[in-house]
Design a protein around this ligand. Structure first.
Ligand SMILES: [Zn+2]
Ligand SMILES: [Zn+2]
Length: 148
């Protein structure tokens, strides 16, 4: 979705639910939105919003509005779920496999076939955490940049 249109949609939804909250952008790559209780602000990820459909942006904003309405400390528990349901936020729409994700540029596959992704090239040597809890040369990972 275009960022300007997404901003309009978000600010409209925030006002419609009677919240005296602001709107902003963030640069997250792993989550599409966030409710910041300290700044009383809902932020959306520029990276992910660009990849989202209008409905996915709407669902992301409603998800965060539900957080804002119930207040901090509820996580995704029963109180938050009830509010999300009431305002029409459908959690499955923001977590499902169809939801866009930003691909991490660094990939590694261990000898057992576990795949790992990182947004930054890890410093030092890393081994597969699924194969061995502590560092193990046998399961050491070698990182490759996607597309190379
Ligand atoms: Zn949430
Ligand atoms: Zn492994």
């Amino acid at each position: 979705m275009e960022l300007e249109a997404a901003r309009d949609l978000a600010t409209t939804l925030i006002a419609r639910h009677g919240l005296d909250w602001g709107f902003g952008w963030d640069h997250a790559r792993r989550r599409a939105g966030q409710a910041n209780f300290t700044l009383r602000r809902i932020t959306l990820s520029k990276h992910l919003t660009t990849l989202c459909s209008e409905e996915q942006v709407r669902q992301t904003v409603l998800h965060e509005i539900a957080h804002a309405l119930v207040g901090p400390g509820h996580g995704h528990g029963a109180v938050w779920k009830r509010m999300a349901h009431r305002i029409g936020a459908d959690s499955s729409r923001v977590t499902g496999p169809d939801f866009p994700r930003v691909a991490a540029p660094w990939r590694a596959t261990c000898s057992a076939g576990h795949t790992h992704e990182r947004f930054r090239l890890p410093k030092g040597t890393v081994s597969c955490g699924y194969c061995s809890r502590s560092y193990s040369t046998k399961h050491a990972l070698s990182w490759v940049r996607a597309g190379e």
